[in-house]
Design a protein around this ligand. Structure first.
Ligand code: HEM
Length: 168
């Protein structure tokens, strides 16, 4: 048991006897949750095009001439689904993160849901902890199921394009 977790008596009252974990089990589940959140932001970065940038001077990138003051959008959504970096990129697969250090902190350019470089999102660490706490509480406190008659296949997670990701 960890501090803050409901005590067995409390669990019994709620008729929820199976919800007590050893410290190791809890840590295992929390690492699983972290990887789960990583996979969500890989496939669905909340700011798919990051923030717009502007070139300060004329330059050439891969043979393309980029004039001064060109507005540049970086498609982080596409990087997260690039076949040359991710195996079966369209699949939601937690395993892809199990034995690797690939992270969203701006070192790997194919995984940049919070941007990269000196304008990287300063709220990144706060956000990831906040999502983890909120999700852990929702999962712990409620029994989740789809409404009757609805299957996973019926859930359409397709997003509409735009500055902020939301479902179509
Ligand atoms: C899921 C949550 C969030 C996502 C996906 C996100 C993502 C981003 C992205 C992609 C950028 C642009 C980085 C770039 O262009 O390289 C950014 C910038 C920024 N974010 Fe976040 N963000 C999140 C939450 C937050 C929170 C909670 C805060 C504040 C507490 C925050 C504060 C900022 C600020 C101030 C910038 C501008 C940084 C700069 O231009 O120097 N963000 N964020």
């Amino acid at each position: 048991m960890t501090r803050g977790m409901p005590q067995p008596e409390e669990e019994k009252k709620r008729g929820n006897k199976e919800m007590t974990f050893t410290h190791e089990e809890l840590l295992g589940q929390l690492s699983y949750l972290k990887v789960f959140i990583k996979e969500v932001v890989r496939l669905h970065p909340p700011a798919p095009l990051l923030l717009p940038r502007e070139s300060l001077q004329e330059c050439q990138i891969q043979g393309y001439n980029i004039p001064k003051q060109t507005r540049l959008l970086i498609n982080a959504w596409a990087f997260g689904r690039d076949k040359s970096y991710w195996k079966a990129p369209e699949q939601f697969k937690l395993e892809r993160f199990f034995d690797t250090n690939v992270d969203y902190k701006g070192k790997e350019f194919h995984f940049i849901p919070f941007g990269v470089g000196h304008r990287i999102c300063p709220g990144m660490d706060f956000t990831m902890v906040a999502i983890e706490i909120a999700l852990a509480n929702l999962l712990h406190r409620f029994d989740w199921s789809l409404p009757s008659g609805i299957t996973i296949e019926d859930m359409d997670m397709v997003e509409h394009g735009g500055a902020i990701a939301s479902r179509k």
